[in-house]
Design a protein around this ligand. Structure first.
Ligand SMILES: [Zn+2]
Length: 293
């Protein structure tokens, strides 16, 4: 009996592997993602929930690493979607070690034109590729195209969802263009440099107090430089982040007389459960208020 079962399983596996396009219904597609923006963009394509590896609170997206349970999820998954561009440094090693040969792997940032992260980390590439409405739209399309070619029987539904979301990002992009183009102050002093694509796309400049990663303490010389710069360019607002101590930003604000405001890095879901588009809209309001004074 045991032998018969294993023969049946063997035949099932053979048949199961013989087709490239997977004829599964949506509920059976197991998609695993890494960080919130990838989760949100993927759900906008499929309309279904996914399994996200990083917790939405208490994690540092730059230093997080998967547990054995996370590896098990990847062994069982149909699709794995990560940001890439150096954001998840563990991905290459983990993918090499997996036995799951059927896994479709999508690097969401692969079609985004990369910008330099000023050499603080990640071989010069800025990994925060989701921060602008323009680059987030590109990532949506990359994820969408890959899922459409893999799951042909869902492609029509995915296509409609993608088109609808592309329109929303294009509207948001216009809002950003209009709201940001005439602001007198164009320098963003931020806690860590998570907004490179945003500032690049809309003609702003970011100065990171702590560089590209939020855990590093600024050295005293850098603090002196930033205080000088804040005074010289009459910067009115120091932007810090949700979920991270604002001690350094607060010190800087006290030293210079600038205000502080909270700008979201969009790497994690917020308390209101807003989607990425709403969070970007919130950020735009914070930016306008912080830069127009
Ligand atoms: Zn970051």
């Amino acid at each position: 009996m045991k032998k018969l079962l294993s023969i049946a399983l063997f035949i099932f596996l053979l048949v199961g592997c013989s087709s490239n396009a997977r004829p599964v219904n949506n509920n059976e597609i197991k998609i695993v993602t890494t960080i919130f923006p990838i989760t949100d963009l993927t759900q906008k394509v499929t309309g279904e929930s996914v399994t996200q590896l990083l917790p939405d609170s208490g994690a540092n997206a730059h230093t997080w690493e998967p547990t054995p349970q996370d590896i098990f999820l990847l062994e069982e998954a149909d699709v794995f979607i990560y940001n890439g561009a150096g954001m998840e440094e563990w991905v290459e090693d983990v993918l090499d070690s997996l036995g799951n040969e059927e896994l479709l792997v999508i690097e969401a940032s692969k079609d985004v034109a990369k910008i330099d992260g000023h050499g603080h980390a990640h071989a010069g590439v800025d990994p925060h590729t989701w921060s602008s409405p323009k680059t987030a739209k590109t990532q949506l399309e990359t994820i969408g195209q890959a899922l459409m070619s893999e799951f042909e029987d869902k492609a029509d539904d995915y296509k409609k969802n993608i088109e609808k979301t592309v329109t929303l990002f294009e509207e948001l992009d216009k809002e950003y263009e209009t709201a940001l183009k005439d602001l007198p102050n164009r320098i963003l002093v931020v806690q860590h440099e998570a907004y490179g694509y945003l500032t690049h796309d809309y003609g702003l400049q970011q100065i990171g107090i702590e560089g590209l990663v939020p855990t590093s303490e600024p050295d005293p010389a850098r603090m002196v430089d930033i205080i000088k710069l804040v005074k010289e360019y009459d910067v009115k607002t120091i932007f810090f982040e949700e979920n991270v101590s604002d001690r350094v930003a607060q010190t800087l604000a006290n030293e210079t007389g600038a205000d502080t405001a909270v700008l979201n890095t969009l790497a994690f879901k917020n308390e209101n459960n807003d989607d990425l588009i709403q969070m970007m809209r919130n950020n735009l309001q914070v930016l306008v208020e912080g830069l127009e004074q």
